[in-house]
Design a protein around this ligand. Sequence first.
Ligand code: FPP
Ligand code: MG
Length: 298
Amino acid sequence: MLERVESRMRQFVAELEDEEIARLFEKLPHGKRLRAKLVLKIAGESDEAVGLAAIIEMIHAASLLHDDVIDDATVRRGVASLNATEGSKQAVMMGDILYSKGFEKLVGFDRRIASKIASAVTQLSIGEMADVRLSQQFHTDLDAYLQMIYQKTAALIEATAATAAILAGKEAHIYAVYGRNLGIAFQIVDDILDISQSSEQLGKPAMHDFEEGKTTLPYIYLYEMLDTKDRERLKSLHAKTLDEEQKAWIRTAMEESGALQKAYFYAKELGDEAVTLMQEAGEASLADIVTAMIERNF
Ligand code: FPP
Ligand code: MG
């Protein structure tokens, strides 16, 4: 069913009538297409639903192109990132093109749909800025972290579910709560996997968040659980390139202290709420998406 979304995106790009853009677009890896799956599962496979899914995936792809430039990333979804192979200028411009083409198509939708997606993209951009700001120093501010991941990741997933519900004439609020919980849990699981999985498994460098200065939920919990000496050791490693011994120390501390497990429970509880909501709404396959997302290992 995702094939129709892929070809709609290709069609939007073809409308630009530019070979270079089409070539760069084909180089982008597809990823999990979580947002497109949500639209189709909530709204069915009507022409409009496929269009909305394609628009949201194009905006998401644009945000990742910009994020890789901001994060100086070299790998995305298991392959070299566009900024690494084509340079940052190309990656930024390609992001701009996908983003604005998506918006051009979005204005053709019901005003409520266009407005929800547009505000979510504003949130996502503010969230990215907050992420960069928070990364400048070691912090243990749980509320700031949760607000940032809501904006950076969950806002667009929330808007995806809500707008698909509007398209299908379903109760938008329930789907918005579902999307919000799914999005926050998704980012927390992402932050856990950065610590618990290998680079091969992730398709991007492992243990990289802390090197980039990101004090994610497991690090916030770990700091709370360590004694004064180990807290200082953890802080001294913040935003530094870590050697194997330092990585091993963090991994062991994360597991032995239960910090990783505590972060997992936080995500699991949000996920369980989303599962219950969807079971009550008779949406078994949307409940399954949450379970698979929580249990994933990449
Ligand atoms: C990935 O986070 C980044 C995001 C989910 C949002 C990025 C948003 C922007 C760059 C704002 C610009 C938006 C548009 C539409 C042009 P991450 O770095 O934690 O995850 P990663 O490990 O997958 O890179
Ligand atoms: Mg990034």
